[in-house]
Design a binder for this molecule. Structure first.
Ligand code: ADP
Ligand code: MG
Length: 343
């Protein structure tokens, strides 16, 4: 049985120092972190990127099958992903949490262990936050601060006619992981120990529970001297994000179904669930891969980078946004976020 220390035994200040005392500052831009009324940052000539996320228990995560350490890791990483999607580097986060009495000191230790692991892996400092009791459940809000060179920031709006559309990694696995967890939750409903057998499906679970931000892709593009014309991360599914790039850039696109990268485990699971694989890849969320466009002349250079796939091209706005199916039919792309998918 897990030890349970009530938060009241430490008090709010005691809890904050218990969780944050051992934190070390890694970045030059962090002058003062936790401990004063505000943190102090020095970004000299860099431009600053700020992104924030709110996560509510029961809406964005389900603690029945999400371990708190994974939740900590993921809450940090999804914020880093937003900064990389601007072609920046995440440097600091603030962490604000609302907690009901259900949570004990050990729960928060677990959450912070995941958070710290993510921050260590990506070189990010935890520089502050806020802690409050709440009436129900767990609420997490993380704000991430990052830096970028002024002339290197990549917006959603820069795609031009004939640009290539590229995507990193593979799509649909996180959504399949969620389906798997939700299904097992139904099966195990009412039983005390939630320990289903997921062997052979580890990749799907990892993609759902412990996603990574594509720092490596940003670095590979920079090393090759490729500056995307537009970019965003895929949190809501390829269809919906592609439509964002088209709308913001006032362009159309053609995406080829056969070129969409899908992992073998994703395909197998879709078959078992009797689901359309393309639907899962196009509309499944939380992949946190990068979707970006590059000028056509960079075709050879970008296709040579491991983990990047060219999946289509940008077109004139009047041509609209279409998926070219395997049989050649043109299917208009629709914004069907992954939340709607599960209904
Ligand atoms: P205030 O009363 O000014 O809001 P707090 O007592 O809430 O200050 O916080 C004290 C210090 O601890 C501040 O530096 C704050 O940023 C930091 N802090 C509070 N909660 C957290 C948390 N959950 N994670 C990290 N740092 C936190
Ligand atoms: Mg406070």
């Amino acid at each position: 049985m897990k030890q349970r220390t009530e938060i009241a035994t430490l008090g709010e200040f005691g809890l904050i120092s218990h969780l944050t005392d051992a934190l070390e500052i890694k970045n030059k831009s962090t002058l003062v972190g936790i401990g004063d009324d505000a943190a102090v940052l020095d970004y000299a000539e860099k431009q600053i990127l700020v992104s924030t996320d709110l996560l509510l228990e029961g809406v964005h995560f389900d603690l029945t099958y999400v371990p708190l350490a994974h939740l900590g890791y993921k809450s940090a990483v999804v914020n880093f992903s937003d900064i990389y999607a601007m072609n920046g580097t995440p440097k600091q986060i603030t962490v604000s949490i609302g907690l009901s009495k259900r949570f004990c000191v050990e729960d928060l230790e677990e959450f912070y262990a995941g958070l710290k692991q993510a921050c260590t892996a990506y070189g990010v400092d935890i520089i502050g936050g806020d802690t409050s009791s709440s009436l129900t459940g767990l609420t997490i809000s993380i704000t991430c601060i990052g830096e970028a060179d002024k002339d290197k920031i990549v917006y959603r709006s820069g795609a031009n006619d004939t640009d290539l559309v590229c995507v990193s990694g593979d799509l649909g696995a996180a959504y399949m992981g969620l389906q798997l967890l939700e299904r097992e939750k139904q099966v195990f409903r009412g039983e005390k120990d939630f320990t289903p057998d997921f062997s052979g499906k580890e990749y799907l679970l990892e993609r759902q529970l412990k996603p990574e931000a594509r720092k490596d892709i940003i670095e590979a593009l920079a090393a090759e001297g490729i500056l995307p014309t537009s970019m965003m991360d895929i949190s809501d599914g390829l269809s919906s994000e592609m439509l964002h790039l088209c709308k913001k850039g006032n362009v159309g696109c053609r995406i080829y179904e056969e070129r969409i990268p899908i992992d073998y485990q994703t395909a197998l699971m879709a078959e078992q669930f009797n689901m359309s694989l393309t639907t899962a890849a196009m509309n499944g969320g939380e992949d946190y891969e990068l979707l970006f466009t590059v000028p056509l002349v960079q075709h050879d250079k970008v296709s040579a980078i491991k983990g990047i796939k060219v999946i289509g091209h940008i077109a004139k706005p009047e041509l609209g946004a279409y998926l070219i199916a395997r049989d050649g039919t043109e299917v208009p792309m629709v914004a069907q976020g992954w939340n709607q998918l599960s209904e």
